[in-house]
Ligand binder design. Structure first.
Ligand SMILES: Cc1ncc(COP(=O)(O)O)c(C=O)c1O
Length: 441
C-alpha cells in the first residue's frame, strides 16, 4: 500500500465510523427493537441476510414502493424484498385476493380450488415444467429438486458453483457453509465451462445433478454466459445427470424466466419469491418422468409433505398476481426500466471516474466496489466492502433503501420518477464522497 492509498484508507475508516454513528443516532427505535428481540433471537435476528453492523432497520409499514421505518423515516424501496416483492407493498389486486381468501377460511386441511389454477398458470409460462409441486420457500424447492434428482438417477454427487446461493442450507459463497445439507457436492467456478467439464469427466458416472443459477444472485448479480449454461446442458446430457435451473431469482427476467430468453431446457426448474404474490412460496418441477414419482397413487411414490404447501393465502395471492397484474408486457416494461436504471447508475460512476459498478440483468442488480468485469465470485476478491457500506449509509440518509450488500430489485410501482430520484441520490452521494472512492487510473 503506498502513502496515498494508506491515507485514503484511514480517511475512509473515519468517514465510515462517522456515517455509522450518525445512522445509530438517527435510528434509536430500530436499535431498541433489535436489542429487545435479542433476548430471544440471536442479535434480534431470524433472517441472516437482513443483519448488518451496527444494527439493521426495523420497518413499520410499506406502501407502493415506499417504506417507513420505526423511527418515522420514509424510504424509496429499491430492494423489493430481495426480488420477492415485485408487486410492491400494497397492490390492491393482491390485497383483495388475500382478503377474499381470508373470508373463505384459513387452513382448510384439504385440497382447494386454487392450487390447480396456479400450477397451470406457472406451467403456461414455464412449459418445461410438465409437472410441478409447491413448497414454502425456494430453499425447499431446491432441496426437493435435488432429492428427486438423486432418486431418479440413483447417484449421489451434485455439481454446484462457487458463489451460488440456492437457500440457507445450500449456500456456496466463501467456500460453502457448515450448515449446508450433506449432499456430496462438487464445486466449480461459475462461468468456467472447462472446470465443469473436468469435474464431469472424472465424476460423471456418479453425478445426479448440475444445480445452477442462470445469474449468480446473492453471489453478486453476475450473469451466466449463454455458452456456459448451454454447455452445462450438454454436460448433463453426456453423463446422464439432471440439469436443475434455479430460477428463484431470475424467473422474473421474462414471463418464461431466463430459460425462455436463452432457449435453455433444464430437466427441472425451481421457483420461489414473487410467485406467491409476496407470501411464502416455492415450486419445483420439470420432466414428467422425474416428477411423476411424486404421484401418490404409485406404489413407489416419493413423499413430499408440507402443511402449508397449498396454503390458501399464498395460492390466492399468487394466482391473482399472475393472472391480473404481472402480464408479460408489465414484466417486460419493468425489466426495461431496470436496464435503463442500471445504465443511469453506471453513468454516474463513469462521470465521476470512480471504479464502481452495478451488474445484473433487467430489474435485478447489484452494486460492486470494483469496475473489473465480473464472471465469477473469485473476481470480487479485493473489492473494498467499506465503500459499499459508506454508500449504503449515505443513500439511506437521502431516503433510498437498498440491501446492505448492494442488491436492488425493482417493484412494479417503481416508475421513471423513482428511477430519477435514485440516480439523483447516487449522484449526490458519489459527488460528496468522490475522494474516498476507488478511482479510475
Ligand atoms: C437463486 C436463489 N435460490 C434459492 C433461494 C432461496 O429461497 P428462499 O429464501 O425462499 O428459501 C434464493 C433466495 O434468495 C435465491 O436467490
Amino acid at each position: 500500500m503506498n502513502d496515498t492509498t494508506a491515507s485514503r484508507s484511514s480517511v475512509l475508516d473515519e468517514a465510515l465510523a462517522e456515517a455509522t454513528a450518525r445512522y445509530g443516532a438517527r435510528n434509536p427505535a430500530s436499535e431498541r427493537a433489535l436489542a429487545e428481540a435479542a433476548d430471544v433471537l440471536p442479535a434480534g435476528n431470524t433472517r441472516s441476510v437482513l443483519f448488518h453492523a451496527p444494527f439493521p432497520l426495523a420497518m413499520a409499514r410499506g406502501e407502493g414502493c415506499h417504506l417507513w421505518d420505526v423511527d418515522g423515516h420514509r424510504y424509496l424501496d429499491t430492494l423489493g424484498e430481495f426480488t420477492a416483492g415485485i408487486y410492491g407493498h400494497s397492490n390492491p389486486v393482491i390485497q383483495q385476493a388475500i382478503v377474499s381468501a381470508l373470508h373463505d377460511g384459513l387452513s382448510l386441511s384439504s385440497h382447494t380450488l386454487r392450487e390447480g389454477p396456479l400450477a397451470h398458470e406457472i406451467q403456461r409460462r414455464f412449459p418445461g415444467m410438465a409437472l410441478l409441486r409447491f413448497t414454502n420457500s425456494g430453499t425447499e424447492a431446491n432441496l426437493m429438486a435435488l432429492a428427486a434428482a438423486t432418486v431418479h438417477t440413483g447417484r449421489r454427487k451434485v455439481l454446484v458453483f462457487d458463489g451460488a446461493y440456492h437457500g440457507g442450507v445450500l449456500s456456496f459463497g466463501g467456500g460453502g457453509s457448515p450448515v449446508n445439507v450433506p449432499h456430496d457436492f462438487l464445486v466449480a467456478r461459475y462461468n468456467d465451462l472447462e472446470a465443469a467439464q473436468t469435474l464431469v469427466r472424472t465424476h460423471g458416472a456418479d453425478l445426479a445433478a448440475i444445480l445452477v443459477e442462470p445469474m449468480l444472485g446473492a453471489g453478486g448479480c453476475i450473469p451466466g454466459q449463454p455458452a456456459f449454461l448451454h454447455g452445462l446442458r450438454a454436460l448433463a446430457d453426456e453423463c446422464g445427470a439432471l440439469l436443475i435451473l434455479d430460477e428463484v431469482m431470475t424467473s422474473r427476467l421474462s414471463s418464461g424466466g431466463r430459460q425462455a430468453q436463452l432457449d435453455l431446457a433444464p430437466d427441472l426448474t425451481t421457483l420461489g419469491k414473487y410467485f406467491g404474490g409476496g407470501l411464502s412460496f416455492g415450486a419445483f418441477g420439470g420432466r414428467a418422468d422425474v416428477m411423476s414419482r411424486f404421484d401418490p397413487r404409485r406404489p413407489d411414490a416419493l413423499a413430499h409433505a408440507g402443511t402449508f404447501n397449498n396454503n390458501t393465502l399464498t395460492m390466492a395471492a399468487g394466482l391473482a398476481g399472475l393472472t391480473q397484474v404481472l402480464t408479460p408486457a408489465a414484466l417486460d416494461a419493468l425489466n426495461q426500466r431496470g436496464e435503463q436504471l442500471r445504465e443511469g447508475l453506471n453513468a454516474v460512476f463513469a462521470q465521476h471516474a470512480v471504479n464502481l459498478q452495478f451488474t445484473g440483468l433487467g430489474s435485478v442488480m447489484q452494486l460492486h466496489a470494483t469496475a473489473r468485469p465480473l464472471r465469477s465470485a473469485a473476481d470480487l476478491a479485493g473489492a473494498d466492502d467499506r465503500v459499499k457500506a459508506l454508500l449504503f449509509f449515505d443513500l439511506l440518509e437521502r431516503g433510498v433503501f437498498l440491501a446492505r450488500r448492494g442488491l436492488v430489485a425493482l417493484s412494479l410501482p417503481f416508475g421513471d420518477a423513482q428511477a430519477d430520484e435514485f440516480v439523483a441520490a447516487l449522484e449526490a452521494v458519489v459527488a460528496a464522497r468522490r475522494g474516498l472512492l476507488p478511482t479510475v487510473g
